[in-house]
Design a binder for this molecule. Structure first.
Ligand SMILES: [Zn+2]
Length: 302
């Protein structure tokens, strides 16, 4: 059939056919902050140990665990990170539908923004602490969050399930344990699992939640009204330092001092040994120093 279209209509039709417009998706619509360009700098999926992969971008990590009976994903980055993560899943020989569970460290847009899109596309169940499940359902944490004024709402995932501290998710040959490490958010959760390599054996991988002492302007860690939050940070530092931890992964690579390892792994994945039994305790030590420094600064300003 022949269409008699006026010539002027053609550019508009051509525009409508461009992928950018065709692909507009409310769940992956880019969120912007002063960090998002940095958080979208690309890198490939990197093999860590056994079936564990470090996915995400150069400066914002997520993880994919191949359990032999489906995939478990830890965090999903920004909304616009979800298509990148899905491409990385394909690049390591899996389908997005292979994702069975998405575990969330914290309900902030840089770690949980892409969860709704990945959950929709995969059909996976999203698992997090009770606080984080409630926050995810609302698209973010509330006014109780010390970063509230600096945060943006993000797409809310469906199919949410709460887990208790110490709760275990079993899939294939993998068991992932939830370890609550509150402070940075009330519901912050670290995830610990066994990664097994046929030749080299099994190692414990810990994906440590962010424990950075940051807040919106004017919110003070030294305020007695905020003692519960500051106390929860300190308890989490102790807990993190004592976690089984052959290999440390963190959402923000700098929290695990992993930038050099990641750069080396991009050049040659086989050249990098991710094992470091001291890494969790060292990270806890740096987070402790960060909180101490912050409190000292607040007190000096009084
Ligand atoms: Zn955060």
């Amino acid at each position: 059939m022949k269409h008699a279209l006026p010539l002027l209509a053609l550019p508009l039709l051509a525009q409508l056919a461009t992928p950018a417009l065709a692909a507009d998706d409310p769940l992956t619509r880019p969120m912007k902050s002063s960090y998002t360009d940095r958080w979208m700098e690309p890198r490939p999926a990197l093999p860590v140990w056994g079936g564990t992969w470090l996915t995400g971008s150069l400066h914002l990590n997520t993880a994919v665990i191949d359990t032999g009976a489906g995939l478990i994903v830890v965090d999903a980055g920004l909304p616009q990170s979800a298509p990148v993560l899905e491409a990385q899943i394909a690049s390591i020989g899996h389908k997005v539908k292979d994702v069975r569970y998405i575990l969330v460290t914290e309900a902030h847009f840089d770690h949980a923004g892409g969860v709704a899109a990945l959950a929709r596309d995969s059909g996976a169940t999203v698992i997090a602490s009770p606080y984080t499940v409630a926050a995810l359902a609302r698209g973010g944490t509330g006014k109780e969050d010390q970063q509230h004024d600096d945060l943006q709402a993000f797409p809310a995932p469906k199919k949410l399930r709460a887990i208790r501290d110490g709760g275990v998710i079993r899939l294939g040959h993998t068991s992932v344990t939830a370890r609550f490490t509150p402070g940075h958010t009330i519901g912050s959760t670290s995830w610990v699992w066994n990664a097994c390599d046929k030749a080299k054996g099994c190692r414990t991988v810990t994906f440590l939640a962010s424990m950075s002492a940051v807040s919106q302007d004017g919110w003070l860690f030294s305020d007695p009204a905020h003692a519960a939050i500051t106390t929860s940070y300190r308890a989490s530092f102790k807990k993190a330092a004592a976690l089984p931890c052959d290999i440390l992964l963190t959402g923000h690579p700098e929290h695990g001092q992993a930038d050099d390892k990641i750069a080396a792994a991009i050049r040659d994945p086989k050249s990098v040994d991710w094992q470091d039994k001291t890494a969790c305790a060292a990270a806890a030590g740096r987070f402790t120093a960060m909180l101490d420094k912050r409190i000292a600064k607040e007190q000096a300003a009084k």
